[in-house]
Design a protein around this ligand. Structure first.
Ligand SMILES: Nc1ncnc2c1ncn2[C@@H]1O[C@H](COP(=O)(O)OP(=O)(O)O)[C@@H](O)[C@H]1O
Ligand SMILES: [Mg+2]
Length: 291
């Protein structure tokens, strides 16, 4: 039996729940510094206000900025589940508004060399997240690295953050291209949503979307959904400098209002969507490819 078959049997024998009740949203971008972590944290705040239990998984190995904005210093990360046998419950830090936070740490990269027992343990633990949250937000690093691409390709809901900068446009297009051209891309099962960040006006946000949508339609035979824009807002910068979340620190700022709109739109679209994939699927896919 090859190792992949081995893994499929492990997953089957664990009776991973068929009903996946947590929604997974993977946040990504072509380049860094465009606002991914701010989108992750602020959407979490608004989902939480709407009564949803949210967990953020920080899968960005470079800059752990979610934990800074949260004012939490997680002691453990996913590698403690894999290599030290800790339960996923014990590595969740609780931030403001009861939002859970999991640091991926080197655990995400370390998925490479797992044995059967470790895989069983990890998949079982990750599927526990279905019972611990309604929405899992995965904040990935930027770019077309293998690690980011694997998360993107495994996710049913991808939220791409782009800004009006020309370099952000070309990098967003490169990311979309890498996704669409991958043999692992499941076109019918993937919704790519765009958030235009750091824009000066609603029309600049529309322009960011339309420009990207037209090349994606024309050259990649694929589509994008527009979730809306977040204005360039000095309150957001101020909040980040003070290690705070703008939606909590400046509740009536323009950025806060826009994050609220984006969160509401994402949940509303959701009402008509039957979750095809859930947490176990995503992590099974990630791990399977590494066996
Ligand atoms: N809407 C915005 N208005 C003003 N500044 C912003 C906005 N979004 C992001 N920024 C600035 O960009 C920086 C990077 O944002 P961050 O969310 O950390 O990006 P990423 O996670 O993509 O690297 C923030 O520290 C903040 O100063
Ligand atoms: Mg970030």
């Amino acid at each position: 039996m090859d190792q992949a078959q081995n893994l499929r049997n492990v997953i089957k024998s664990q009776n991973v729940k068929n009903v996946e009740n947590a929604k997974v949203i993977t946040i990504t971008s072509g380049k860094g510094g465009v606002g991914k972590s701010n989108v992750a944290v602020n959407l979490a705040v608004h989902f939480s206000k709407m009564g949803k239990k949210v967990i953020i998984l920080d899968a960005d190995l470079g800059l752990a900025n979610v934990e800074v904005m949260f004012g939490t210093l997680p002691q453990y990360n996913l590698s403690d589940v894999v290599f030290k046998g800790m339960s996923i419950r014990d590595i969740i830090t609780t931030g403001p508004m009861d939002i859970g936070f999991i640091s991926g740490g080197s655990g995400i990269v370390g998925l490479n060399n797992l044995n059967r027992e470790q895989i069983t343990f990890l998949v079982r633990n990750l599927s526990l997240l279905n019972d611990l949250c309604d929405i899992l937000i995965i904040d990935t690093g930027a770019g077309v690295s293998d690690q980011v691409m694997e998360f993107v390709l495994a996710s049913p809901e991808v939220l791409l953050v782009s800004t009006p900068e020309p370099s952000s446009f070309t990098d967003s297009y490169s990311l979309m291209k890498a996704m669409c051209k991958s043999p692992k891309y499941v076109k019918d099962g993937t919704n790519v949503h765009l958030v235009a960040n750091k824009v000066m006006s609603e029309s600049e946000g529309n322009a960011v979307f339309l420009k990207l949508q037209s090349v994606v339609n024309k050259f990649l035979d694929s589509d994008l959904d527009y979730l809306g824009y977040i204005p360039y807002d000095t309150n957001l910068e101020k909040a980040v400098r003070n290690q705070k979340v703008v939606s909590m620190e400046y509740p009536i700022s323009r950025a806060t209002k826009s994050f609220e709109n984006v969160a509401a739109k994402l949940l509303k679209e959701d009402e008509n969507v039957h979750y095809r994939w859930g947490i176990s699927h995503i992590f099974n896919t990630l791990i399977k490819d590494r066996v």
